[in-house]
Design a protein around this ligand. Structure first.
Ligand code: SF4
Length: 375
C-alpha cells in the first residue's frame, strides 16, 4: 500500500473494523492513549470513534506542542517583542495562543513586529533581508521540528549572521510519557505511538514501556486505516498476553530513527535539567536547550527573559484534558467562554489540540444536527 486513497478505502476499513469487533473482549474496558496531537485530529476528522467498539476508549495524550507550552513561556517570548528592533517570528499555529497580555497576533495589532514563518530557515532569511532588525525565532515542537531548528542554527553560525536568535521551547516526548505513566490517576492499557516524532527518534526509545511497564506501543500513521490497524495490532498483543513495540508506520518510520537529524540535534542542543509543561508540571530532562557553542544565537542569552510563571485561569481545565483525565467537553469553559474563535486555552487553538478537534468535528456536527455531542 503506497497511496493515501488505499488508507481511506471504505471496503478495507469496514473489514478491519469487523476484525476489531472480533478481537475485543466484550467484558473488558480498554483505555488506549494516542500520544500525538495529529492522531487526535485524525480521530475526530475521520469519525473513527463511530467505527470502534464502544468498550475501546481513546485518551488524548500530550503530543500537541502548542498545547503543552505554559503561558509563562509565551509571555517570555512576547516580552522580547516589546523592543521595536525585534522581529518576533513564529509558526502560524502560535499566533493565536493566548498569553496573559494577549496572543502574538494581538501584540502585532498593538504595533509589535510579529511575523508568521513556515520554517526556521524562513526566519533566518528574514534576518538576512533585515540587517537593521533582530530576528527572534520562537522555536516550538517535539523531536519532529527540533532538527530543522538545529540545522538553521548551524547555518546561522556558519554564515556568521549576528542578528538572528532562537528562543528554544523544544520538548522531548519520552519524559512526558514517563510522567503520564507515573501519574496516579492514569490507567492505560497501551499507547498508539506518535508517527511524526518517531520518524526522527525511531522505535527503540519506547522499548522500556513494553519491558518495564508491560504495555504495548504501536507507532501509527495518520490515515483512518493506519489507526484502525494500529488498534488491531494492540488488541492482538493484549489477547496474546504480550507487550511489544510494533511499527505500523513502516513506510515512513525507520526503526532506528533518522541518524542525520539526531546528529544535528546532538550538535546544537543539550537537555535542560527540567522544564515546565502545561498540565504536567515540571518534568526533568524533558526539553532542549541551546548548547554554549551556539550561545550567541540563543535568545535566552541575547535578551533579558523575565522567566514569567503563570497559572492558567482557574476555571480552565486544560491540565486535566492534557492528562486525559477529562474529555474536552467536560471542561466548564468548553463551547461557552472557550471556543476556537475566542480561545481561553491553547488546546482550543492548535489544529492538534484536543479541544479544537472535538469542537470543530463533534461539537459543530452536533450543533448542525441539533443533537447532543458524543462524549
Ligand atoms: S475548553 Fe478551553 S479552557 Fe477548557 S480545557 Fe479546552 S482549551 Fe482549556
Amino acid at each position: 500500500m503506497r497511496f493515501v486513497d488505499e488508507f481511506r478505502d471504505p471496503e478495507i476499513i469496514h473489514r478491519t473494523a469487523e476484525e476489531l469487533k472480533r478481537q475485543v473482549d466484550p467484558t473488558r474496558h480498554y483505555r488506549f492513549m494516542e500520544v500525538c496531537g495529529g492522531h487526535t485530529h485524525a480521530i475526530y476528522r475521520f469519525g473513527l470513534k463511530d467505527v470502534l467498539p464502544s468498550n475501546i476508549e481513546l485518551i488524548h495524550g500530550p503530543g500537541c506542542p502548542v498545547c503543552v507550552l505554559p503561558m509563562g513561556r509565551i509571555d517570555d517570548g512576547l516580552s522580547m517583542a516589546k523592543d521595536r528592533q525585534v522581529v518576533f517570528a513564529a509558526f502560524g499555529d502560535m499566533m493565536r495562543v493566548p498569553g496573559t497580555t494577549g496572543s502574538p497576533l494581538e501584540h502585532k495589532a498593538r504595533g509589535a513586529d510579529v511575523r508568521i514563518v513556515y520554517s526556521p530557515s524562513d526566519a533566518l532569511k528574514l534576518a538576512r533581508t533585515n540587517p537593521d532588525k533582530q530576528v527572534m525565532f520562537f522555536a516550538i515542537g517535539f523531536e519532529t521540528t527540533a532538527p530543522s531548528t538545529a540545522l538553521t542554527l548551524m547555518r546561522a553560525r556558519a554564515e556568521g549572521i549576528k542578528n538572528f536568535s532562537v528562543f528554544c521551547n523544544h520538548v522531548t516526548i519520552i519524559p512526558a510519557i514517563r510522567a503520564i505513566l507515573d501519574s496516579p490517576d492514569m490507567r492505560l492499557d497501551a499507547f498508539i505511538g506518535p508517527g511524526h516524532v518517531s520518524t526522527v527518534i525511531g522505535c527503540r526509545p519506547y522499548e522500556w514501556i513494553a519491558l518495564h511497564e508491560r504495555k504495548p506501543v504501536v507507532v501509527s500513521g495518520f490515515e483512518p486505516l493506519d489507526m484502525l490497524q494500529s488498534i488491531l495490532m494492540i488488541l492482538r498483543q493484549l489477547n496474546a498476553g504480550e507487550a511489544r513495540i510494533e511499527n505500523q508506520y513502516k513506510r515512513v518510520v525507520p526503526w532506528e530513527g533518522n541518524s542525520a537529524a539526531l546528529k544535528a540535534m546532538a550538535e546544537v542542543f543539550q537537555l535542560r535539567p527540567y522544564f515546565e509543561w502545561r498540565g504536567l508540571g515540571f518534568i526533568s530532562q524533558s526539553a532542549l536547550k541551546i548548547r554554549d557553542e551556539y550561545a550567541e544565537w540563543d535568545a535566552e542569552h541575547r535578551f533579558h527573559i523575565p522567566g514569567i510563571r503563570v497559572t492558567d485561569p482557574k476555571a480552565a481545565q486544560c491540565g486535566e484534558v492534557l492528562k486525559g483525565v477529562l474529555k474536552p467537553a467536560q471542561c466548564k469553559l468548553f463551547g461557552c467562554e472557550c471556543t476556537p474563535e475566542h480561545p481561553v486555552g491553547a488546546l482550543m487553538v492548535s489544529t492538534e489540540g484536543s479541544c479544537a478537534a472535538y469542537y470543530n468535528y463533534e461539537h459543530r456536527k452536533a450543533m448542525v444536527m441539533n443533537i447532543a455531542p458524543a462524549a
